[in-house]
Design a protein around this ligand. Sequence first.
Ligand SMILES: Cc1cc2nc3c(=O)[nH]c(=O)nc-3n(C[C@H](O)[C@H](O)[C@H](O)COP(=O)(O)OP(=O)(O)OC[C@H]3O[C@@H](n4cnc5c(N)ncnc54)[C@H](O)[C@@H]3O)c2cc1C
Length: 476
Amino acid sequence: MDNIAIVWFRNDLRLHDNEGLNEALLKAKKIIPVYVFDKKVFEGKTSFGFEKTGKFRTKFIIESVRDLRENLRKKGGDLVIRIGDPVEEIFSLAKELKTSWVYCNRERTAEEIKVQDDIEKKLWSVGQELRFCRGKMLYYTADLPFPISQVPDVFTTFRKEIENIVPIREPLPEPTSVPFLDEYLNRGELPTLKTFFKDDVDTSQHIENQNFIGGETEGIKQLDKYFWETNNVQKYKETRNELLGWDFSTKFSTWLSVGCISPKLVMQYKMKYESTVKKNESTYWVYFELLWRDFFRLMGKKYENKIFHLDGIRQKDPGGSLDMDLFQLWATGNTGVPFIDANMRQLNATGFMSNRGRQNVASFLVKDLKLNWIMGAEYFESMLIDYDPCSNYGNWNYVAGIGSDPREDRYFNILTQAKKYDANGDFVRYWIKELKNVPNSYIHTPDLMSEGDQDKYGVIIGKDYPASIFSFEKAY
Ligand SMILES: Cc1cc2nc3c(=O)[nH]c(=O)nc-3n(C[C@H](O)[C@H](O)[C@H](O)COP(=O)(O)OP(=O)(O)OC[C@H]3O[C@@H](n4cnc5c(N)ncnc54)[C@H](O)[C@@H]3O)c2cc1C
């Protein structure tokens, strides 16, 4: 009997730089690549009752799995698709096909750890092994100059201890062929959105997120576009805080979150671009931001489940009420604070929000509305197309003042932020059509318009657009 290995794809939906796939190919004669749509993840709810995986991310993952299957088929392989409990599905395939090993990428957050631990134990019961591989981060833990327990809690210290010191490894090449187990095996059908959303879900694509198409192929296209076709990378540092449009930031997060592209591949693009076209602060800054991603992942490894706890990694009670009515106004984009509402409406319509937007809406929820930060984090978990446990909860910890931010009580003045980053109100007008005729002088404070002005600009506050639930005059 040939040695057979299952490659259990998780958040590594790619052929390039895939350590698990590479190691399995070195060891086994036949490979069975498998992806399991975990019902707990696709049909479950968060503790506040939001869908664990909203429609945007579900759609993106379905597309990514389809692309992975097509790419594996081009290499002579295939992808077995199952819907259910990964523990049962992987175990029964391993048992039935008498495989020797199951390879997978090791995850580091509670729910994912539980699944991999349960599979490992079941495999032991039939004398098989789960082999863990890596590939989520830019850096390998083993290459860092400190053990996980000593990772600096302050980003700048972390950065200084590794940049220009620790080399970034080359991404692994994609395999030339994938010898699939050729006996009869039910390959399984790719689910559709209807598989997970029983009620009719609106699948129409908002123009803003038509470019978010899942898969390694599309991820690499976005890399090519951002670096080579548009040269947008040359001005990333100046544009990255913008709010409107597609090109102001890389948009790599979505493909990175499910592993359609590897961060090491992004770095390879960056280095090639710098050596052949241009090297400047902007090209460096792409690396700088990717470091944040590694940093939050390492915080997750160091502090484990604490990143999900109310008192976070600092174990400091942040307070915060559970007022659901207030929360709903925030979540639906009806606070009457245009800058907040525009960002939340963008999230609800597309699954994406810029980094500047995320900082502001999170700060507003925690510091101004004084709500429990976990409500916001879970809402993001549900809605974000690029949701990543460590990046999401790490950033929320940070904003809530219970994370790795060295500054005590960092506070965003929303009005100042709005005037700085949406000076002409274009972003607000784009997402809040009710305010489309409001002039610049009132666009961020429509409440201050007289009744005459409200009439003139075609919006009655309290009727067409909500009165603000928050008084800037009192607060700032
Ligand atoms: C409250 C809050 C929640 C967030 N939740 C997530 C999340 O679930 N998933 C996620 O990928 N990012 C999250 N971020 C980080 C950041 O907002 C997004 O990575 C970024 O907006 C994605 O757009 P981009 O790819 O165009 O980013 P770019 O500006 O082009 O940045 C390049 C890459 O750097 C990384 N990056 C940039 N900023 C951060 C950051 N603050 N933390 C971690 N990585 C970063 C991302 O991988 C990103 O793709 C969150 C930020 C906040 C404030």
